[in-house]
Design a protein around this ligand. Structure first.
Ligand SMILES: [Zn+2]
Length: 473
């Protein structure tokens, strides 16, 4: 329901409505013809798309009509230059075009020019949050959503057109998305969090203690140097705090609770991610959980990152079970090259051992194994790899204990975090990224994959905290 307006505004609205119906009469006539002509076929399907485009155009005309009767950003003979704080004089109204949810709109707005720094400004555009590429905030949000969720910027432009009926170039989607990601990274760096602080309902383990989980992992991104040259790939880190549904045997009857997760990602040095992750943890009330579990793979520095940043004496460190298991899988394949069945059976046996007896027992069994007398290089190498990986991580491979406590041991979440947060979007076939673009996208992907509400809260904040300075060319 629409709130009634004060009487004077209601009069104005009635007058505007008359103007709008006049301004959109042609469009409505076109819509009527389309519908009448569709009688032979169907008013739905293709006709819906046609009707949508016509109505979007009509909405654009209505907006133009509305803006045409206003003084858009006229604030007297001069305003304070946002760049140098000197007086910038009014230089008349300038015509501009912008692109919003209804397509292209033409409008005029007051233009001020600062002699001292030679730059112009339009107070209306600043207040309205028009982007450097002349997009309205609503379209900026949709373009960024498409650029973040789509497989590539090209696909994103296609998504946007099909879903919203708005046509933007691939370059505009890319630039808009990357700008938003850069802003997001900046806000997070300043300590901004999105949405209200809210303690998650941490699920309980077998002894009834509430448990919070954290994870961190790295993944490569392909980089492009200046001028399109190949460049060294950079590591993106993905970290998260999360509250997974309890293990199946601890789950109360009823629907499975939804995973709650907050992710962070960027081309940061690992250490820089610490304060950012702790801030997210604080916002979801991780302090209130009785026990903390840090799940990572054996990647360099990940375990010490968890110890340093989540420094509780009883912090539980668990090596992701599936990473450990993948070593056993490779070992089984090296033992039975080109024999898929026996290799799989062997891997399953070892993995069961790992789950039921832990890392140390498994390593002992492997050391005593009746290895063939003549071993191919691949097998020797894989044995050495297992020896090293298990040897380094035995202290966090007590899987039977962890499972008895009711803790998660497999980083389904970590794995899928890395794959879904960064992998799917940044590692598409043939994709290469500049450092800034990849960094920006990592942030957006992490926000987008985080619990519901985070993405929306970021955009609400954008609407209500406009930058006060915008450079015009
Ligand atoms: Zn100036």
């Amino acid at each position: 329901m629409q709130e009634p307006l004060p009487a004077d505004q209601e009069v104005e609205a009635q007058q505007l409505a008359a103007l709008l119906s006049e301004a959109t009469r042609e469009d409505l006539l076109r819509l009527a013809r389309t519908l009448v002509a569709s009688r032979e076929t169907s008013p739905f399907g293709d006709t819906e798309f046609e009707a949508r485009d016509i109505l979007l155009r009509a909405a654009a005309r209505a907006y133009e009509r509305f803006l045409a009767q206003k003084k858009n950003g006229y604030e007297g003979a001069s305003v304070t230059c946002p760049h140098c704080r000197q007086a910038a004089a009014y230089h008349g109204d300038r015509a501009r075009a912008l692109v919003g949810l209804f397509g292209t709109l033409r409008y005029r707005r007051a233009y001020y020019y600062c002699r001292r720094c030679g730059r112009g400004c339009a107070p209306f555009d600043q207040r309205a949050g028009i982007t450097p590429r002349q997009l309205t905030p609503a379209l900026e949000q949709l373009a960024t959503l498409a650029g973040t969720a789509g497989d590539s910027f090209e696909r994103a432009a296609g998504l946007l057109e099909e879903m919203a009926g708005v046509r933007l170039s691939e370059a505009t989607v890319a630039r808009t998305t990357e700008d938003a990601g850069t802003r997001l990274a900046h806000l997070l760096g300043e300590g901004t969090t999105f949405g209200p602080a809210r303690e998650w309902g941490w699920h309980a383990d077998a002894r009834g203690r509430s448990v919070a989980y954290l994870t961190v992992d790295s993944t490569g991104t392909r980089q492009q140097g200046p001028g399109g040259a190949r460049a060294e790939g950079r590591m993106a880190y993905v970290a998260g705090v999360y509250n997974p549904p309890p293990l199946e045997w601890l789950r109360p009857p009823g629907p499975v609770p939804r995973l709650q997760a907050r992710y962070l990602s960027g081309l940061y040095p690992l250490a820089a991610l610490g304060p950012l992750l702790r801030r997210q943890a604080l916002q979801v009330g991780m302090e209130g959980a009785e026990l903390w579990v840090a799940l990572t793979d054996g990647g360099g520095g990940l375990e010490s990152f968890c110890r340093q940043n989540f420094n509780r004496p009883d912090l539980v460190l668990i090596l992701d079970f599936y990473h450990a298991a993948s070593y056993l899988g490779k070992l089984a394949r090296a033992l039975h090259p080109q024999q898929e069945g026996p290799a799989r059976a062997q891997a399953e046996q070892w993995c069961r051992l790992l789950k039921e007896e832990g890392g140390a027992a498994t390593l002992a069994v492997l050391r005593q194994w009746d290895w063939p007398a003549r071993q191919p290089a691949a097998l020797r190498e894989q044995r050495a790899a297992v020896e090293e990986y298990f040897g380094n991580n035995l202290h966090r491979m007590e899987y039977p204990e962890y499972l008895a406590e009711g803790w998660h041991t497999g980083s389904g979440v970590v794995e899928s975090a890395c794959k879904t947060v960064v992998g799917q979007r940044l590692k598409g076939a043939g994709m290469r990224w500049g450092t800034d673009g990849a960094h920006a996208l990592c942030h957006l992907r992490a926000l987008y994959r985080s619990e519901k509400g985070q993405w929306e809260a970021f955009w609400r904040r954008q609407l209500h905290n406009r930058p006060t300075v915008q450079q015009l060319n």
